[in-house]
Design a protein around this ligand. Structure first.
Ligand code: 48H
Length: 263
């Protein structure tokens, strides 16, 4: 008498294939495609999905969380400046006060809670998927062009493989330092991307949240890609601006999608 119910290999295979294809079919067209599953992208996704928007996070790695698992310098503590600890309260992440206005948390705990919070609200994830380019319709970003991550790493001679497109009402570039989506527009001469400035914690976090928003019709920026896109100073391993920028991007996206903001 075995503990587990009898299930064949074919049943396991079919469960994965059918579940995956159903999601791919459903999300080939969505409200918001967020590129990058780091803290900014996950936060934006959580906020949008909880308001009922059909939200897809595309992540090239086989895991989510981006740079949020490790605080900095190979040490897994993450810091947060006031008022961003309020997001930790909301996500039920334990933290300690270090000094006036500065808090520290276990990065893996904060990251795991944020991933779970996004999933709980209904965000769908497409891992091992690289966004290579944008879809442009009448001068507006209308989606993304994707391929499998391993395909992009194969030699050109054996991979003459076209990508596919996902259509979205809005796209959020939350690709961190890569700023992959704004750079796709720069390659076409549609934007200029100065790259982030030198470290200045005091200035950078406010600036990143303030500059979060629609950088090109149909495209928003959140997180470190904001610093890259606008040449803002970097903040090093403190994550409050990533969370608040993600929230801000979601607020602006929701206003655009509901017609509350003039585009
Ligand atoms: C699919 C892609 C693509 C692509 C990239 O780096 P992240 O953690 O980004 P943020 O902005 O959420 O957080 C930044 C933070 O981690 C950090 O680095 C800080 C605060 N630095 C300060 C400083 O001074 O350096 O996550 C981005 C995610 C990653 O998981 C990438 O794998 C993914 O985006 N990604 N996914 N297609 N083209 N490009």
């Amino acid at each position: 008498m075995s503990l587990f119910k009898p299930v064949g290999e074919k049943d396991v295979t079919r469960a994965i294939v059918r579940g995956f294809l159903r999601q791919l079919d459903e999300y080939a067209e969505n409200d918001v495609t967020i590129v990058g599953g780091g803290p900014a992208g996950l936060m934006a996704g959580r906020e949008l999905a909880r308001q009922g928007f059909k939200t897809l996070v595309i992540e090239r790695m086989n895991y989510l969380g981006g740079g949020f698992w490790i605080g900095g310098y190979l040490m897994n503590k993450a810091t947060f400046r006031e008022p961003s600890q309020e997001v930790l309260d909301e996500l039920q992440v334990p933290y300690e006060k270090v000094s006036d206005g500065l808090y520290v948390a276990d990065a893996p705990h904060a990251c795991a809670r944020l991933i779970a919070a996004a999933a709980d609200e209904g965000v769908k994830f497409s891992n091992m998927t690289v966004v290579e380019d944008v879809i442009l319709h009448n001068g507006r970003v209308a989606g993304v062009v994707v391929n499998w991550m391993p395909v992009t790493k194969l030699p050109r001679e054996i991979t003459c493989l076209d990508p596919v497109g996902f259509q979205a009402k809005l796209v959020i570039d939350a690709t961190g330092h890569d700023a992959s989506i704004v750079k796709a527009l720069e390659r076409r001469g549609l934007l200029r991307v100065p790259g982030m400035g030198a470290m200045w914690v005091e200035r950078s976090e406010d600036a990143v949240v303030e500059h979060t928003g629609e950088i090109f019709p149909g495209l928003l920026v959140a997180g470190m890609s904001v610093a890259e896109a606008y040449g803002l100073p970097r903040m090093g391993p403190t994550f409050g601006a990533m969370l608040l920028s993600g929230k801000r991007a979601a607020e602006i996206a929701a206003e655009i999608l509901t017609g509350a903001r003039l585009v």
